[in-house]
Structures are given as C-alpha cells and as structure tokens.
Design a protein around this ligand. Sequence first.
Ligand SMILES: [Ca+2]
Ligand SMILES: [Ca+2]
Ligand SMILES: [Ca+2]
Length: 112
Amino acid sequence: MDRNSNGIPDDCEQGTFRRGDVVVDGALDLSDAIQILGFLVLGNRLEGCPDAADADDDGQVGITDPLRLLRSLFLGDGPLPRRMPAALTRPTITSPPATSRAAEITKARRRP
Ligand SMILES: [Ca+2]
Ligand SMILES: [Ca+2]
Ligand SMILES: [Ca+2]
C-alpha cells in the first residue's frame, strides 16, 4: 500500500524499513525467510516491504538472501547490512534533476 503516493510502499518508508523484515512485523525471524523462499521458489508475491527481502543488500532478491537471513538468525553470522535501499533515500521530486542543475552551472560559467 502506498497511501501518500510517493512510489514507496508505506511499509518501506524511512523509519519503518528494516532489512530482512519482509513481513514487517518488527522482528527478524523464520517467517521472513519463508516469505522470501515462497517468492523465489513458488513465485508468491512479496507482501509488506519487497526491498527488505534483499537481505544481503546486493540490489536484487536471490537465493543468497534467505540464506543470509537464516545464517544471521541461527548461525551467528552477524546483523544484516543496515544501509537504506537507494529508492528510499532518493531526493523528493520537488528538487530539480541533477542534469538541469549541472546545465545551470555550465550556463553560469559561460557568462563573462
Ligand atoms: Ca508511500
Ligand atoms: Ca518479520
Ligand atoms: Ca540480495
């Protein structure tokens, strides 16, 4: 669901995003790994926050993600990467695109 229509699922908004917590229940557990496996193996939809399924933060959801999550949960493999996905940290659409800003700077430099 995207109530504020910003293109980011509300379960993925900054402040609520937690890597690996695909079910978005505030905890990392087996249900999250099962949800990711259901997506990969059975083609189920990723409910909640699909970006959170990228447990190893390599930019895509693959078989390494549920394994990374399970290793973190049961084999003491350390916490999942904390960095926010790029889609969640991009500037709002009210700021000008970088290309137009660069064009303005180039134009300003050409002036005598
Ligand atoms: Ca939203
Ligand atoms: Ca969870
Ligand atoms: Ca991944």
